[in-house]
Design a protein. Sequence first.
Lengths: 324, 77
Amino acid sequence: MNKVECQLCPRHCLIEEGGRGDCRVRTNVGGKLFSLVYGDPCTVHVDPIEKKPFFHVVPGSQAFSIATAGCNLHCRYCQNWQISQVPPEETRNMQMPPEDVVRHAKNNGCRSIAYTYSDPVVFYEYTYDTCALAKDQGLLNVLVTAAYIEQKPLRELCKVSHAIKVDLKGMTNTFYQKMSGATLQPVLDAIVTIKKSGVWLEICNLVVPTWNDSDQDLLTLIRWVKNNCGKDTPLHFSRFSPMYQLNDLPPTPLATLNRAWEMAKAEGMSFPYLGNIPEHPADNTYCPYDGKLIIGRRGYEVTENHIKDGKCEYCNNVIPGIWS
Amino acid sequence: MKKNNALFLALAGISVVLIGAIMADNITSMPGSYGEPAAVTAPPNTGDTRATEAVRQKFTRLGLVLHEGKYWKNADE
């Protein structure tokens, strides 16, 4: 029987007839590779775009969010493991071809479609086709991904995407191998490609106690983002909560997150944020020129917005992002 | 004598094949012919076809639909 080699992500799974890739959603039938999840999302929801988190993409708007089963990473702290770490026959799927996704997004008053929860890399064909259709019809496409993807498919996907938030989980290969069963370099390469493509980029790092919370870990990440993506790239440090296979760890201490926030500011990052901490000043956006609060947030709610035509209302300097 | 007969038969057989091939080419190249000959493919291996069909049916029973994937290659290449 003919084996196929999947070339979508760096795993390059060799799949025998009837077998599946590591992601559980790509299979070999008759010597050809097929997706098992096209048009069959298992999760569909309308979310505030701040939940992804995207803080510089149409604040206060709604994102029509979809995901299928499967994932090409196996993060031990995955909060969506019930859909990401199972094959599609174990999730309750609904039939929603790309045109229906776009129609529902519009009917629900959503400004964007978010490809999220699991990872849009593994439902690539569905993501791509829906993005292309949505873009043609004036909707924004925002992707939430670990970016464990080969360069060629990524470049094509960037052509139909407007914003991508990448989970940069750590800065060592050891971390990626032990925490997620993956490797670091393809993720870094992907982030650089996304930045060069002009797609709006935001980066999130989940700070996990004892795993990636040292000053060296945080500083290495901050400096890499600044040097490779620019100081104006929004950088979110998110609080870990005990989850899935890491129930024995405590939540990230507030002091650790405050330290990360201060370090990012000290290194010159314009838009550092903290996530999963209610009512923290790091939820807000401050103008990097005059220091004034320009977007206020309480949880996922936008309480005030002083950006007009993409500029700070006070000093009239351009604030990078997608504001309409 | 027998060797000569065998050689004659072999040559005759080869000639028949060659003439037939030339004629076939002429037919398909002639204006007004029915066009390109169908690509010649190896007859399907009965075992592989059954296995493939079994896999398809398995996914159907699971309620899963196959959609052609992108970014892959035959692993034997």
